[in-house]
Design a protein around this ligand. Structure first.
Ligand code: PMP
Length: 394
């Protein structure tokens, strides 16, 4: 049996991480993998997470199974964090999932189950896992224009023109904030236009929100998701806690299915629970319990929000420093978009050859499509990167 297996494509980012580790040069910079790192290059456990874990360790009496949907307190707390009352609770079905990836996977399965003919429109580019899971599930995908490499911003006209090709029932997958891999995002006027198109053409909205709190603030980053959820008749929201709670390995996420008909919610909830059952039965609980503990305790919540704000500010500071340094070196505003981008990533918008040059000649590692993890920088390495960008002729 096993001899029938075929080699699967290697994960490019993991391969890049290995190359970085094997590089003997002392001066090297890792801008590859998508985890937040502080100025010392560490991905710390957040203070509130430690405190919540301690409390759980002291108070938890059992590790028996939760429900198929996970702990309801987690769902309620996350619905509050993401939607803040924008949608009535009785319209929302929700299940805990293993991370945001699990939420996306379950969302895609739900779409395939409910409408096998639905095509999923994804931004060009999008997080590669979207495409690989959709392909694996045999679902049809269509890309819509998104990134304008001339300006470093969104090609909004191209995006709207491409979305006009969607048929009723097709799904539009949108990044709620902090677009991965580009860092370029829609403004609220543009979001409203997307909502109008979704409604006019009877499309289904799906939002992947994996970086709430990494862009403009917790509420600001959820504003687009709240607008969509409260304006369309049906939508799916995949939320990840990996980044904003720093609980990457605990696999913590939530999938919401929202309908404008409250009487539909029971069926949606049952279907989501069924999908959990088929794939892994009960979703992981530890990270979800930590998140619920933090969000439901005013002190822990305030401390978490304060630490997240420091993280956000540090990335904004690095963006500004990099844009300033490049302005100084080039005498132009060509790289001003780096300060406008939001979240952990920015797409530099250069060729794979130049990306390879940065790696081979300067020890700077970024993904081949020129996505940089801004959190891989610190104040000392920003000038090194800026000079390398110029020296590499970018
Ligand atoms: N969506 C996007 C756009 C992401 O960038 C990520 C993290 N790389 C995720 C979802 C899910 O991450 P996780 O499964 O680790 O929660």
């Amino acid at each position: 049996m096993f001899e029938n297996l075929k080699e699967q494509p290697a994960d490019k980012i993991l391969a890049l991480m290995q190359m970085y580790r094997d590089d003997p040069r002392e001066q090297k910079i890792d801008l590859g993998v998508g985890v937040y790192k502080n100025a010392e290059g560490i991905t710390p456990v957040m203070r509130a997470v430690k405190a919540a874990e301690k409390r759980i360790w002291e108070e938890q009496q059992t590790k028996s199974y939760t429900g198929l949907a996970g702990d309801p307190a987690f769902a309620d707390a996350m619905i509050g964090l993401v939607l803040d009352g924008a949608v009535d609770r009785d319209r929302i079905a929700a299940v805990a999932t293993p991370g945001g990836t699990g939420a996306c996977r379950q969302a895609f399965e739900l779409i395939r189950m409910a409408n096998p003919k639905a095509r999923v429109f994804v931004s060009d580019p999008t997080w590669p896992n979207h495409l690989s899971i959709l392909n694996y599930l045999g679902m049809e995908t269509v890309t819509y224009r998104y990134f304008d490499s001339e300006t470093g911003g969104v090609d909004f006209d191209g995006m709207m023109a491409d979305l006009k090709d969607a048929h009723p029932g097709d799904v539009v997958l949108l990044h709620g904030c902090c677009h991965n891999p580009t860092g370029a995002n829609l403004n609220m006027v543009e979001w409203q236009e997307v909502v109008n198109l979704i409604n006019e053409n009877e499309l289904v909205a799906m939002i992947d929100i994996a970086y709430q709190g990494f862009g403009d603030g917790l509420d600001e980053d959820a504003a687009a998701t709240r607008l969509v959820a409260s304006s369309v008749s049906e939508c799916l929201i995949a939320a990840s806690c990996s980044k904003n709670f720093g609980v990457y390995r605990e696999r913590t996420g939530l999938l919401m299915a929202i309908s404008d008909k409250p009487e539909q919610t029971k069926l949606n909830q049952g279907t989501l629970a069924f999908l959990n059952r088929q794939n892994y039965s009960f979703p992981p609980d530890h990270g979800a319990r930590v998140v619920a503990t933090i969000l439901n305790d005013p002190e822990l919540r305030a401390d978490w929000a304060a630490e997240l704000e420091e993280v956000r500010q540090s990335m904004l500071g690095l963006r500004q420093q990099l844009a300033d340094e490049l302005r100084r070196l080039t005498g132009s505003d060509r790289f001003a978009f780096l300060a406008q981008h939001r979240g952990m990533f920015s797409r530099l918008g250069t060729s794979p050859e130049k990306v390879a040059r940065l790696r081979d000649d300067f020890g700077i590692y970024m993904v081949g499509d020129s996505r940089m993890n801004i959190a891989g920088l610190n104040q000392a390495t920003v000038p090194i990167l800026a000079k390398a960008i110029v020296d590499a002729g970018i």
